[in-house]
Each structure stands twice: as structure tokens, then as C-alpha cells.
Design a protein around this ligand. Structure first.
Ligand code: NAP
Length: 246
């Protein structure tokens, strides 16, 4: 069976569990060598076992994405070992507190901003030269409907995803003349640890699994996916466009 990502290098952040782990496995099954980033070594090792069982290959990178210098060191290491990056998925995220804006602790605000926003900008900053060296660099960032349909008490998370969307669309507009394509993926409620934390009363069995979601992210990572600056809405199975700049 042909593997659409054979010989391609794919970086996935937040690959120790949830959507990121499921996506890393799917990309490896599609032939990519996966660079799996997260803090939890046990989760990364579990992923590695699954990837090896599927005859795939991965490099595990235990890293706190708040460590900007660590991200820069990772880019240097990818450059030395592979000389390019074909796929980059900025999936890692934290939910932050569910509190009125006036009650959010500054430490929590800073943490959500650092992981959900600044780390993804640092990834662009350090990985762009490697993505430029790919014949079809594909970048996907994980967003949330909360960026648009903001609810009470979820302000810090909503702020972070709105900022991430602005960064992603800016990068898409900055790379239109290159071989890089940048898109957003909005999974909607998914059966993960993050969702259980935010909605503890919800029956997780009513939600799609990370595996179901991950399978629909893969097409955005393929060389033949040529759209850029779009958002794929998993729940509505729709590729949404946003107004192009004048
Ligand atoms: P999850 O199960 O909580 O997984 C989050 C991942 O992010 C973990 O692998 C975690 O790894 C990693 N991460 C968190 N902080 C990190 C840090 N400082 N450094 C490195 N890695 C870090 O969440 P999920 O539900 O799969 O969410 C994945 C993405 O989808 C997120 O961007 C989320 O906002 C988005 N999303 C999820 C839902 C949903 O319903 N689940 C809905 C809309 C959008 P470690 O803890 O091991 O570091």
C-alpha cells in the first residue's frame, strides 16, 4: 500500500496524549517520521510503542514548550539530522481556568498565553527555514470554536485561540508565494483529558474520539492539500474561508 507521507518529516506538539498522540500515530502510519513533542515521557513512550507496532518511526522530544530556547535547539537538531521539515502541527494546548476575567490568576493567564500562543509563534520563528526547504511544507494549528463563540468564564482560553488564529492567518498570508500552506483545524468537543477537565459533568462517550478527529487532520498535512489560510471545522465537516486582505 502506498504511503502518502513516505520520506516526510512531521513535527507534532502535544503528542503525549489526546488528539496529538492520535495524530502522530496516523501520520506515522501514513509513512512520516514523526517528531513527537510533549513533557510527559511516559505518554511519548506509549506513542512510540504504537508507532513501532505499526512499522512506523518516531523521534521523542520531551520538552516544555514554554522553553523557547528548547524550541530553538530542536530546530537546530532537526536541521542537522534531516535538513528540512515537511509537516508541523501546533497541537499542544492547555485549557486554563474557568473563571470570570477578573478572577483569573496572572500566573494562569501567562501560562495559557505561553503554551497556546507564544510557543506556536516560536515554532514558526524557528521552523520556518526548515519548512521552506520542503517541497510542500504543511502547517496546521489546532483552534477552537471558543475563539469565535466566546462563552462566559472561558476568557483566557478564548483569548489564546483567537490570538493563535490571527498568527496562523498572518503566516498563511506571508507564505502564499512559497510552497508552505498554513491552515487551522477546529476539532470541536473531543473525548480527551482537556475536555474532561473543562466539562467534568459530561459523558465522554457522547464525544468523538481523538482517533476519529486525527484521521481528518491528516489530509491537511499531505502535499496535495493546496489550500491555505482556511479552517477545517470537524463537527460540520466544512473547510471555511476567511476574508482575504484587501
Ligand atoms: P490534552 O489531551 O489535554 O493534550 C494536550 C497536549 O498538550 C498533551 O500532549 C500535553 O502534553 C501537551 N502540552 C500541554 N502543555 C504543554 C507544554 N507546556 N509543553 C509541551 N506540551 C504541552 O488536549 P486535547 O484535547 O488533545 O487538545 C489538543 C488541542 O486541541 C489543543 O490545542 C486544544 O486546545 C484543542 N482543542 C481540543 C478540544 C477538545 O474538546 N478536546 C476542543 C477544541 C480544541 P504534556 O502534558 O505531556 O506536556
Amino acid at each position: 500500500m502506498s504511503k502518502p507521507l513516505a520520506d516526510r518529516i512531521a513535527l507534532v506538539t502535544g503528542a503525549s496524549r489526546g488528539i496529538g498522540a492520535a495524530l502522530a500515530l496516523e501520520l506515522a502510519k501514513a509513512g512520516a517520521h514523526v517528531i513527537a513533542v510533549a513533557r510527559t515521557v511516559g505518554g511519548l513512550e506509549e506513542l512510540d510503542d504504537k508507532i513501532m507496532a505499526a512499522d512506523g518511526s518516531a523521534t521523542l522530544v520531551p520538552l516544555d514548550l514554554k522553553d523557547s530556547e528548547g524550541i530553538a535547539r530542536l530546530a537546530l537538531a532537526i536541521n542537522e539530522r534531516f535538513g528540512k521539515l515537511d509537516v508541523m502541527v501546533g497541537n499542544a494546548g492547555v485549557a486554563g481556568a474557568s473563571s470570570p476575567l477578573g478572577h483569573i490568576e496572572p500566573k494562569d493567564w501567562d501560562n495559557v498565553l505561553a503554551v497556546n500562543v507564544t510557543a506556536n509563534w516560536q515554532l514558526i520563528r524557528t521552523m520556518d527555514p526548515l519548512l521552506q526547504r520542503s517541497d510542500a511544507g504543511r502547517v496546521v494549528f489546532m483552534t477552537s470554536g471558543t475563539a469565535h463563540n466566546t462563552r462566559a468564564y472561558r476568557g483566557v482560553y478564548a483569548m489564546s485561540k483567537a490570538a493563535l488564529e490571527a498568527i496562523a492567518r498572518t503566516y498563511a498570508n506571508e507564505t502564499t508565494a512559497t510552497k508552505i500552506r498554513v491552515n487551522l483545524f477546529s476539532p470541536g468537543p473531543t473525548r480527551t483529558k482537556m475536555r474532561a477537565y473543562v466539562m467534568p459533568g459530561e459523558d465522554p462517550m457522547t464525544l468523538p474520539t481523538p482517533e476519529e478527529v486525527a484521521r481528518e487532520i491528516v489530509p491537511l498535512c499531505l502535499p496535495n492539500f493546496t489550500d491555505t489560510g482556511k479552517m477545517y471545522d470537524f463537527r460540520n465537516k466544512a473547510l471555511l474561508s476567511f476574508r482575504a486582505p484587501a
